[in-house]
Design a protein around this ligand. Structure first.
Ligand code: SF4
Ligand code: F3S
Ligand code: FES
Length: 245
């Protein structure tokens, strides 16, 4: 009885070190024998351990939780640690997510972009009246509301929705679905005392909710399946209502 042979994967990676003046963006192809249950995380580690220890890429959790392994897989933004090679053709192309600062090869600086976004949108609870008191018991919240907030809090800041949004390519200041999702999360939270006008000042403009052209790429590529479209539509209705007041 003949044994079935494993596929040989051909992994083409966009290589570039922006800090090396002699380097230029170019593709390099590596061959890796596929194994059962193999993910792109395993593939990249195989390459780094056995073929090129200078290859750079980011991973922390390997479980779709930290959001650091986002990259373009055959042109589509996704998390490499959650991508099984069995779902892909044997020719696989990997490239860093566009728009974010490139560190080297597949490694990008999403943290810096996300920090800037969080500062711009002030993604924390605003409550001027409440003084910090560690002895106070937490306020009760309706379980359905807590679930709704938790649903939006599942964002891992991977940046896939940013890379998948054609609008950000044209307007780099657009806060993207990740930013609008964060605002929707705080707007839902009864502990946040910001008024509708204060929210309007943050996202009632072309860099905010009116900059979204409903291209839908964000929800399509979000690895956490967040309900981005319905939240953007909800914010848009809310902002229009505030503008017409
Ligand atoms: Fe990633 Fe989804 Fe969060 Fe966008 S909304 S950063 S795609 S988890
Ligand atoms: Fe971009 Fe998503 Fe809006 S892809 S334009 S943020 S619907
Ligand atoms: Fe954490 Fe992939 S390594 S999400």
């Amino acid at each position: 009885m003949s044994e079935e042979k494993n596929r040989i994967l051909k992994i083409s990676i966009l290589r570039f070190d922006p800090n090396d003046p002699k380097d230029f963006p170019h593709m390099e192809t590596f061959e890796v024998e596929e194994a059962h249950g193999m993910t792109l995380y395993i593939v990249l580690n195989e390459i780094r351990e056995h073929q090129d220890n200078a290859l750079m890429f980011d991973f922390v959790c390997r479980a779709g939780i930290c959001g650091s392994c986002s990259m373009l897989v055959n042109g589509r933004p996704t998390l490499a640690c959650r991508t099984l090679t069995s779902k892909l053709d044997e020719n696989i192309t990997l490239a860093p997510l566009p728009l974010f600062e490139l560190i080297k090869d597949l490694s990008i600086y999403t943290g810096k972009w996300m920090q800037g976004l969080n500062e711009r949108l002030e993604t924390w609870i605003h409550n001027e009246e409440e003084k910090l008191n560690f002895d106070k018991l937490e306020e009760r919240m309706e379980p359905d509301l807590a679930d709704e907030i938790y649903e939006l809090d599942r964002c891992v800041e991977c940046g896939c929705c940013v890379a998948g949004c054609g609008n950000i390519q044209m307007n780099n200041d657009f806060v993207g679905a990740v930013g609008l999702n964060k605002v929707a999360r705080y707007h839902l939270d009864p502990r946040d005392k910001r008024t509708e006008e204060e929210y309007y000042n943050i996202i009632g403009n072309e860099d905010g909710v009116f900059g979204c052209m409903s291209l839908l790429g964000c929800e399509d590529v979000c690895p956490k399946d967040l309900p981005l479209q319905s939240k953007i539509a909800y914010l848009r209705r809310m902002m229009v209502k505030t503008a017409l007041k």
